[in-house]
Design a protein around this ligand. Sequence first.
Ligand code: PRP
Ligand code: URA
Length: 217
Amino acid sequence: MGRVHASEHPLIQHKLTLLRSVDTEPKKFRELVREISILLAYEATADLAVAPKEVTTPLAHTTGLSLSEKIGLIPILRAGLGMVEGIWEMMPTAQVWHIGLYRDHRTLQPVAYYNKLPVSPTVQVCLILDPMLATGGSAVAAADMLKQWGARRIKYLGIIAAPEGVRNLEAHHPDVDIHLGTIDDQLTPEPAAPGDPPKGYILPGLGDAGDRQFGTG
Ligand code: PRP
Ligand code: URA
Protein backbone atom coordinates (compact mmCIF):
# COMPACT_ATOMS: atom_id res chain seq x y z
CA MET A 1 0.00 0.00 0.00
CA GLY A 2 1.13 3.55 -0.69
CA ARG A 3 1.59 6.01 2.11
CA VAL A 4 1.43 9.76 2.44
CA HIS A 5 4.62 11.33 3.79
CA ALA A 6 4.45 15.05 4.53
CA SER A 7 7.98 16.15 5.36
CA GLU A 8 8.69 17.86 8.64
CA HIS A 9 12.34 18.42 7.79
CA PRO A 10 13.43 21.89 8.98
CA LEU A 11 15.47 22.55 5.81
CA ILE A 12 12.46 21.79 3.61
CA GLN A 13 10.15 23.94 5.75
CA HIS A 14 12.62 26.84 5.75
CA LYS A 15 13.04 26.70 1.96
CA LEU A 16 9.29 26.31 1.45
CA THR A 17 8.66 29.60 3.23
CA LEU A 18 11.13 31.35 0.92
CA LEU A 19 9.53 29.62 -2.08
CA ARG A 20 6.03 30.80 -1.16
CA SER A 21 6.97 34.47 -0.86
CA VAL A 22 5.54 36.71 -3.55
CA ASP A 23 8.90 38.55 -3.46
CA THR A 24 10.89 35.49 -4.58
CA GLU A 25 12.08 36.09 -8.16
CA PRO A 26 12.17 33.28 -10.78
CA LYS A 27 15.94 32.69 -10.46
CA LYS A 28 15.73 32.16 -6.70
CA PHE A 29 12.46 30.27 -7.12
CA ARG A 30 14.13 27.77 -9.49
CA GLU A 31 17.05 27.37 -7.09
CA LEU A 32 14.67 26.60 -4.21
CA VAL A 33 12.62 24.12 -6.28
CA ARG A 34 15.86 22.34 -7.14
CA GLU A 35 17.06 22.22 -3.51
CA ILE A 36 13.72 21.15 -2.03
CA SER A 37 13.46 18.44 -4.69
CA ILE A 38 16.82 16.97 -3.70
CA LEU A 39 15.75 16.87 -0.05
CA LEU A 40 12.39 15.31 -0.93
CA ALA A 41 14.09 12.71 -3.11
CA TYR A 42 16.44 11.86 -0.26
CA GLU A 43 13.43 11.06 1.92
CA ALA A 44 11.48 9.32 -0.86
CA THR A 45 14.30 6.97 -1.90
CA ALA A 46 15.12 5.64 1.57
CA ASP A 47 13.61 2.25 0.69
CA LEU A 48 15.25 1.70 -2.71
CA ALA A 49 16.70 -1.77 -3.13
CA VAL A 50 20.45 -2.27 -2.90
CA ALA A 51 22.69 -5.24 -3.63
CA PRO A 52 26.17 -6.10 -2.33
CA LYS A 53 29.02 -4.84 -4.50
CA GLU A 54 32.71 -5.64 -4.19
CA VAL A 55 35.00 -2.62 -3.98
CA THR A 56 38.72 -2.18 -3.55
CA THR A 57 39.81 0.82 -1.51
CA PRO A 58 43.44 1.99 -1.42
CA LEU A 59 43.75 -0.11 1.78
CA ALA A 60 41.58 -3.18 1.45
CA HIS A 61 39.01 -5.15 -0.43
CA THR A 62 35.48 -4.90 1.00
CA THR A 63 31.82 -5.28 0.18
CA GLY A 64 29.71 -2.19 -0.27
CA LEU A 65 26.19 -1.64 -1.55
CA SER A 66 24.95 -0.49 -4.91
CA LEU A 67 21.48 0.52 -6.15
CA SER A 68 19.94 -2.52 -7.77
CA GLU A 69 16.83 -1.08 -9.45
CA LYS A 70 16.54 1.08 -12.53
CA ILE A 71 14.99 4.42 -11.63
CA GLY A 72 12.90 6.63 -13.87
CA LEU A 73 12.34 10.34 -13.22
CA ILE A 74 9.03 11.41 -14.71
CA PRO A 75 8.63 15.21 -14.67
CA ILE A 76 5.17 16.55 -15.51
CA LEU A 77 5.58 19.45 -17.93
CA ARG A 78 6.03 22.22 -17.36
CA ALA A 79 6.44 22.77 -13.65
CA GLY A 80 7.97 19.36 -12.91
CA LEU A 81 10.97 20.19 -15.09
CA GLY A 82 12.57 22.25 -12.34
CA MET A 83 12.63 19.22 -10.07
CA VAL A 84 14.71 17.06 -12.42
CA GLU A 85 18.27 18.39 -12.47
CA GLY A 86 19.04 18.28 -8.77
CA ILE A 87 17.59 14.81 -8.28
CA TRP A 88 19.34 13.58 -11.42
CA GLU A 89 22.69 14.70 -10.02
CA MET A 90 22.00 12.48 -6.98
CA MET A 91 21.19 9.47 -9.21
CA PRO A 92 22.89 10.11 -12.55
CA THR A 93 22.02 6.70 -14.00
CA ALA A 94 18.28 7.42 -13.77
CA GLN A 95 16.30 7.65 -17.00
CA VAL A 96 14.15 10.75 -17.56
CA TRP A 97 10.79 10.37 -19.28
CA HIS A 98 8.68 13.50 -19.80
CA ILE A 99 4.90 13.61 -19.62
CA GLY A 100 3.07 16.72 -20.84
CA LEU A 101 -0.15 17.61 -18.99
CA TYR A 102 -1.85 20.93 -18.40
CA ARG A 103 -4.99 21.77 -16.47
CA ASP A 104 -7.91 23.17 -18.37
CA HIS A 105 -8.50 26.46 -16.52
CA ARG A 106 -12.29 26.13 -16.71
CA THR A 107 -12.86 22.45 -15.91
CA LEU A 108 -9.57 21.86 -14.00
CA GLN A 109 -9.34 18.55 -15.85
CA PRO A 110 -5.87 17.46 -17.01
CA VAL A 111 -5.19 17.54 -20.76
CA ALA A 112 -2.41 15.25 -21.99
CA TYR A 113 -0.24 16.68 -24.79
CA TYR A 114 3.08 14.81 -24.64
CA ASN A 115 3.94 11.18 -23.99
CA LYS A 116 6.87 9.41 -25.65
CA LEU A 117 7.09 6.45 -23.28
CA PRO A 118 8.35 3.42 -25.21
CA VAL A 119 6.16 0.34 -25.59
CA SER A 120 7.39 -1.48 -22.50
CA PRO A 121 8.76 -0.13 -19.23
CA THR A 122 12.53 0.37 -19.05
CA VAL A 123 12.71 1.15 -15.32
CA GLN A 124 11.61 -0.55 -12.11
CA VAL A 125 10.82 2.48 -9.96
CA CYS A 126 9.14 5.62 -11.32
CA LEU A 127 9.36 8.94 -9.48
CA ILE A 128 6.65 11.33 -10.71
CA LEU A 129 7.91 14.90 -10.25
CA ASP A 130 5.43 17.78 -10.04
CA PRO A 131 5.63 20.59 -7.49
CA MET A 132 1.86 21.11 -7.12
CA LEU A 133 -0.81 18.55 -6.18
CA ALA A 134 -4.02 20.60 -6.34
CA THR A 135 -7.19 18.71 -7.37
CA GLY A 136 -4.93 15.72 -8.02
CA GLY A 137 -6.26 15.30 -11.55
CA SER A 138 -2.82 15.65 -13.16
CA ALA A 139 -1.17 13.25 -10.70
CA VAL A 140 -3.90 10.63 -11.18
CA ALA A 141 -3.57 10.96 -14.97
CA ALA A 142 0.22 10.64 -14.80
CA ALA A 143 0.00 7.52 -12.62
CA ASP A 144 -2.64 6.10 -15.01
CA MET A 145 -0.25 6.64 -17.94
CA LEU A 146 2.64 4.99 -16.12
CA LYS A 147 0.54 2.00 -15.11
CA GLN A 148 -0.72 1.58 -18.68
CA TRP A 149 2.98 1.59 -19.65
CA GLY A 150 3.49 -1.28 -17.21
CA ALA A 151 5.17 0.57 -14.33
CA ARG A 152 4.89 -1.52 -11.17
CA ARG A 153 6.33 0.78 -8.52
CA ILE A 154 5.47 4.47 -8.53
CA LYS A 155 6.29 7.25 -6.10
CA TYR A 156 4.88 10.76 -6.38
CA LEU A 157 7.10 13.67 -5.29
CA GLY A 158 5.36 17.02 -4.81
CA ILE A 159 6.34 20.21 -3.02
CA ILE A 160 2.93 21.55 -1.92
CA ALA A 161 -0.37 19.64 -1.86
CA ALA A 162 -4.00 20.43 -1.11
CA PRO A 163 -5.85 17.87 1.03
CA GLU A 164 -8.32 17.36 -1.85
CA GLY A 165 -5.48 16.33 -4.19
CA VAL A 166 -3.95 13.94 -1.68
CA ARG A 167 -7.33 12.24 -1.16
CA ASN A 168 -7.90 12.00 -4.93
CA LEU A 169 -4.49 10.46 -5.64
CA GLU A 170 -4.78 8.05 -2.71
CA ALA A 171 -8.28 6.96 -3.79
CA HIS A 172 -7.26 6.26 -7.40
CA HIS A 173 -3.78 4.90 -6.73
CA PRO A 174 -3.57 3.49 -3.20
CA ASP A 175 -0.33 1.71 -4.11
CA VAL A 176 1.53 4.95 -4.96
CA ASP A 177 3.75 6.42 -2.21
CA ILE A 178 3.11 10.16 -1.91
CA HIS A 179 6.03 12.31 -0.73
CA LEU A 180 5.25 15.96 -0.07
CA GLY A 181 7.02 19.02 1.25
CA THR A 182 3.80 20.00 3.01
CA ILE A 183 0.01 19.77 2.90
CA ASP A 184 -1.73 23.15 2.79
CA ASP A 185 -5.24 24.13 3.90
CA GLN A 186 -7.54 23.91 0.88
CA LEU A 187 -8.19 24.82 -2.75
CA THR A 188 -9.51 28.22 -3.73
CA PRO A 189 -13.29 28.20 -4.43
CA GLU A 190 -15.06 29.70 -7.44
CA PRO A 191 -14.26 33.45 -7.33
CA ALA A 192 -17.07 35.40 -5.68
CA ALA A 193 -15.87 38.90 -6.53
CA PRO A 194 -13.59 40.57 -9.10
CA GLY A 195 -9.97 40.28 -7.95
CA ASP A 196 -10.51 36.96 -6.15
CA PRO A 197 -7.99 34.25 -7.16
CA PRO A 198 -9.16 31.74 -9.77
CA LYS A 199 -10.63 28.47 -8.50
CA GLY A 200 -8.54 25.38 -7.92
CA TYR A 201 -5.37 27.02 -6.60
CA ILE A 202 -3.70 25.76 -3.44
CA LEU A 203 -4.16 28.00 -0.38
CA PRO A 204 -1.91 29.50 0.89
CA GLY A 205 0.25 27.78 -1.75
CA LEU A 206 2.67 29.72 -3.91
CA GLY A 207 0.60 30.67 -6.95
CA ASP A 208 1.34 29.14 -10.35
CA ALA A 209 4.48 27.03 -10.05
CA GLY A 210 5.07 26.92 -13.83
CA ASP A 211 4.72 30.67 -14.28
CA ARG A 212 6.92 31.42 -11.27
CA GLN A 213 9.73 29.17 -12.54
CA PHE A 214 9.62 30.24 -16.14
CA GLY A 215 8.83 33.93 -15.57
CA THR A 216 5.62 33.70 -17.56
CA GLY A 217 3.13 34.94 -14.95
C1 PRP B 1 0.10 22.62 -12.54
C2 PRP B 1 0.99 21.71 -11.73
C3 PRP B 1 0.33 20.39 -11.87
C4 PRP B 1 -1.14 20.76 -11.92
C5 PRP B 1 -1.74 20.47 -10.58
O1 PRP B 1 0.35 22.49 -13.88
O2 PRP B 1 2.31 21.73 -12.15
O3 PRP B 1 0.71 19.67 -13.02
O4 PRP B 1 -1.20 22.17 -12.20
O5 PRP B 1 -3.11 20.68 -10.60
P1 PRP B 1 -4.14 19.50 -10.38
O6 PRP B 1 -3.67 18.74 -9.21
O7 PRP B 1 -5.43 20.22 -10.14
O8 PRP B 1 -4.19 18.68 -11.63
P2 PRP B 1 -0.38 23.43 -14.97
O9 PRP B 1 -1.63 22.80 -15.46
O10 PRP B 1 -0.53 24.82 -14.41
O11 PRP B 1 0.62 23.40 -16.18
P3 PRP B 1 2.09 24.03 -16.31
O12 PRP B 1 2.98 23.26 -15.40
O13 PRP B 1 2.41 23.81 -17.74
O14 PRP B 1 2.02 25.49 -15.94
N1 URA C 1 -1.03 24.55 -10.13
C1 URA C 1 -0.21 25.49 -9.63
O1 URA C 1 0.83 25.80 -10.23
N2 URA C 1 -0.54 26.07 -8.47
C2 URA C 1 -1.65 25.76 -7.78
O2 URA C 1 -1.89 26.34 -6.71
C3 URA C 1 -2.51 24.79 -8.32
C4 URA C 1 -2.17 24.19 -9.49
